[in-house]
Design a protein around this ligand. Structure first.
Ligand code: ZN
Length: 645
C-alpha cells in the first residue's frame, strides 16, 4: 500500500515536472492547479503569452491532459478596459454584440456573443488573453434566440465563485493517489435492461464509481418502482460517486439526474454542450407537466439548477480524466443533437468499455452516422430498441411523406405530424423545406408549435454537431429549419384558425399524442376526411397514438375535464423510416464494423423480444463469433464482472 502511494506521488511529480519544462521563465508562473479534469496554469506575465500561443496545446499533447492557461487576477485588465480592448482587437467579421459581454471574475473568463464566433478562436483568442488577461468564450448569436441557453449561461456565471471551488475540490479527487495493481471492472444494471426507459448503469473499479445515464420512464411516472432506476443498492452511494455521465438529453437517459443532486451528490455531470441545454429544456418541461397533471416528481427546479451548476461539458473525441483510473471520451452517436457514445478507458491499460446509449448507424439529414472507431474496446454495451425490426429505407420514407403532403394539399386538407421536441421535428422540417424549394410539393404554410421551437434554437446554436450540409447553411447565415413558409406558434388561441388556413402542415408535440398541442390539433381535424395524421416516430403501448395507429376509429379524449368522443375520418399514416435508432440490420452491421473488435457484448435498452432477436442474430453470425467470447442480456440489478475471462 505504502509503496503504491509513494509510486504515485512520483507519478504526480513527474507530471508536474514535465509541465514545468514547457513553461518559460519569462511567463512568470504563479501556480499550477487541478481544476476538475483540467490542469490550469496561472501565469503573471500575460504579455509574454503572445510569444507562446500554442503553449496549452503543446503541453496537452505532451501530458495527455486538458490544459487551460489563465492569467492571475491581479494582472488582468478591469472588465471595462478589457471589454474596450476586446472590441478593438476582435475582427469586425466576428460581429460581437457589445451588449453581450459578460465577465466571470472567478475563472478569468469573458463570455461574448458573436455572429461568427469562428473568428474569435485560434490566434485572436491568444492575442486577447495576452492583451487583457481574460480567456474568451464565444457563443453564436442565432437567428432564433434560445431562452434556455441564456438562462443556463447566466446561472453558471452567477455561480462562478462556487464553480471554481467545486472544480478545485474535484481536481484533487480526480488526481488522488490510486492503488494501480489488482483492479477489476464491474457493471451493474440499474435500469433500462430488458426494457426501454430509466436507463442507468453503474461502473465500478476498486478505485472509483461512475454512473452512466440516469433516466426516468415517463410512461410509469406514477410508480417509482418502475419509473426510476434502482437506487437503493449498497454500491450506489451518491457521496462515493466520482462522475455521472449522460449520453443524451432524452428523459429516459437524463430525466432523473436532478434527483442525484437532491440526494446530496455534488460531483460532476459530464455531457456535451448541446446536451446540457437540451436536458434543461426537457427536464423543465417534465417538471411543468408533472405539476399540471398532478403527478408526483421527486425533485424540483432547484435540483435541476444544482445539476447544471455541476456540469462539465466535453466535446466529441476529447479525452477527459474523470477519476484517477478512468478516462472518458465521447463520440458522435447520430441519434439526436449532442448525443454521444461513451468510451471509458480504465487503466492504466486495464480495460475499455464502449456504451452506445441510443445510436443511429446511418446518415440522416440532420446528423452523421455513429462513430465506429475507438482506441481500444473490450466490452460493448449496446442498445437494441429495434433489435427485432427492419425500418423503411430513408429515401422511401421521405418520398412517402412528400407524396402524402402533396396529395392532401391538393385536397385542401391539413397534414398533422405529431413529433417529439428533440430530433424528428427538425429532420421533418428539413425534408419539407427542401421539398418545397424543389417544388415537389406546393409552398404551403408549415405551423410549428411546442417545445420544438426552443429546441430548434439550440440546433442553430451548435451547427458543428450537424451534417456538413446543414452546418454550411447555418454558417452562411441561413436558417434551414425556419424558412419563410414556417410559422412558429406560441399559445393555443390560434389553433382553430390555423386548421382553417388550408392547405397547411402542422408539426406539433407530443409525438405519441399523449398530451401537448398535437392532441388539440388532432381533435379539431379528426373527422375531416380531406386531412391526414402522419406518425413519424415510435408509438408506445398504451398511448393514444398507438391506438389510432393500430386502427381505432373512435377514441375518447378528455377536454377541460369533459370526455369527448372523436369519430376518426382523416387518413392515418405511419412512416417509421425517420427513426433516430438503428434498426436490426444497422445494429448487426455496427457490431461487424466496430473497430477494434470487442470481446464481450452486453445488450440493453430494448423490450425482451427485441433483445432476444438481436441476441440470436449476433450469436449465429459466423463473422461475429470469431471475435466475441460472450453476449449478455442482463436484467436490472444484475452485475457483471467484465474483467473475468
Ligand atoms: Zn434517446
Amino acid at each position: 500500500m505504502e509503496a503504491g502511494r509513494l509510486q504515485l506521488d512520483k507519478n504526480k511529480l513527474a507530471l508536474l515536472k514535465s509541465i514545468l519544462e514547457e513553461i518559460q521563465p519569462e511567463l512568470e508562473l504563479a501556480s499550477i492547479e487541478f481544476e476538475g479534469p483540467f490542469i490550469t496554469i496561472y501565469v503573471k506575465n500575460r504579455k509574454a503569452l503572445a510569444e507562446h500561443q500554442t503553449l496549452a496545446q503543446n503541453i496537452a499533447k505532451k501530458v495527455r491532459k486538458r490544459i487551460v492557461i489563465r492569467v492571475t487576477s491581479d494582472m488582468r485588465l478591469s472588465p471595462a478596459e478589457a471589454k474596450a480592448k476586446i472590441l478593438e482587437l476582435a475582427p469586425r467579421e466576428a460581429g460581437i454584440d457589445p451588449n453581450s459581454v459578460f465577465f466571470d471574475e472567478a475563472l478569468g473568463e469573458v463570455w461574448v456573443k458573436a455572429l461568427r464566433p469562428g473568428y474569435l478562436g485560434g490566434k485572436i483568442r491568444a492575442v486577447i488573453l495576452a492583451e487583457t488577461g481574460w480567456r474568451i468564450i464565444a457563443q453564436r448569436i442565432s437567428p432564433l434566440e434560445s431562452k434556455t441557453l441564456r438562462e443556463v449561461t447566466s446561472l453558471i456565471l452567477k455561480q462562478a465563485p462556487y464553480r471554481l471551488e467545486f472544480l478545485r475540490k474535484l481536481g484533487e479527487r480526480i488526481h488522488r493517489d490510486v492503488v494501480v495493481k489488482n483492479n477489476y471492472v464491474r457493471i451493474t444494471a440499474l435500469g433500462g435492461f430488458r426494457e426501454v426507459g430509466r436507463s442507468s448503469i453503474l461502473v465500478e473499479t476498486r478505485e472509483s464509481r461512475v454512473l452512466l445515464d440516469f433516466g426516468v420512464n415517463i410512461g410509469t411516472l406514477g410508480d417509482p418502482n418502475k419509473a426510476y432506476p434502482i437506487v437503493d443498492i449498497d454500491s450506489l452511494r451518491v457521496d462515493e460517486l466520482d462522475a455521472v455521465i449522460v449520453t443524451h438529453a432524452h428523459l429516459d437517459h437524463a430525466g432523473l439526474v436532478p434527483l442525484l443532486y437532491k440526494y446530496g451528490y455534488r460531483g460532476p455531470l459530464y455531457v456535451t454542450e448541446p446536451t446540457r441545454e437540451l436536458m434543461a429544456i426537457m427536464i423543465k418541461d417534465l417538471i411543468d407537466v408533472a405539476k399540471r397533471s398532478g403527478k408526483y416528481l421527486p425533485f424540483g427546479e432547484k435540483d435541476l439548477a444544482t445539476a447544471l451548476i455541476h456540469t462539465i461539458t466535453v466535446s466529441y473525441d476529447e479525452v477527459t480524466d474523470v477519476a484517477p483510473d478512468v478516462k472518458l471520451t465521447m463520440y458522435n452517436a447520430g441519434h439526436i443533437l449532442g448525443s454521444a457514445i461513451v468510451h471509458l478507458h480504465i487503466g492504466p491499460g486495464l480495460y475499455n468499455i464502449v456504451y452506445t446509449g441510443d445510436f443511429k448507424y446511418a446518415d440522416t439529414r440532420l446528423l452523421g452516422k455513429s462513430n465506429t472507431v475507438f482506441p481500444r474496446i473490450e466490452a460493448l454495451i449496446m442498445e437494441g430498441t429495434y433489435g427485432a425490426t427492419l425500418q423503411e429505407d430513408r429515401v422511401k420514407a421521405e418520398q412517402r411523406l412528400i407524396e402524402i403532403a402533396g396529395r392532401i394539399a391538393e385536397k385542401n386538407g391539413v397534414i398533422l405530424i405529431p413529433v417529439f421536441s428533440v430530433g424528428r421535428g427538425q429532420e421533418i422540417l428539413l425534408v419539407l423545406n427542401e421539398a418545397m424549394k424543389e417544388r415537389k410539393i406546393p409552398e404551403i404554410p408549415i405551423y410549428v408549435e411546442g417545445l420544438i421551437n426552443e429546441v430548434t434554437a439550440i440546433h442553430l446554436q451548435y451547427p458543428e454537431y450537424l451534417t456538413r450540409r446543414v452546418r454550411d447553411l447555418i454558417l452562411e447565415g441561413e436558417n434551414p429549419f425556419v424558412t419563410d413558409n414556417v410559422k412558429l406558434i406560441e399559445g393555443e388561441a390560434a389553433r382553430p384558425d390555423i386548421v382553417e388556413d388550408r392547405p397547411c402542415i402542422i408539426i406539433a408535440t407530443n409525438g405519441m399524442l399523449n398530451g401537448g398541442p398535437a392532441v388539440d390539433y388532432f381533435r379539431l381535424i379528426a373527422n375531416d376526411p380531406r386531412s391526414a395524421l402522419v406518425f413519424v416516430g415510435y408509438q408506445a403501448e398504451g398511448t393514444l397514438g398507438r391506438r389510432i395507429r393500430d386502427g381505432a376509429r373512435e377514441v375518447s379524449i378528455v377536454v377541460e375535464g369533459k370526455v369527448e368522443v372523436l369519430n376518426i375520418q382523416l387518413e392515418v399514416h405511419s412512416i417509421d423510416g425517420f427513426s433516430g435508432h438503428s434498426d436490426q440490420r444497422e445494429l448487426v452491421s455496427y457490431v461487424k464494423n466496430i473497430n477494434p473488435k470487442p470481446k464481450k457484448i452486453i445488450l440493453n435498452h430494448g423490450e425482451p423480444n427485441a433483445l432476444q432477436a438481436l441476441y440470436a442474430l449476433l450469436k449465429t453470425s459466423k463473422e461475429i463469433r470469431q471475435f466475441i467470447t460472450g453476449i449478455y442480456v442482463p436484467s436490472n440489478l444484475d452485475s457483471l464482472n467484465l474483467t473475468s475471462q
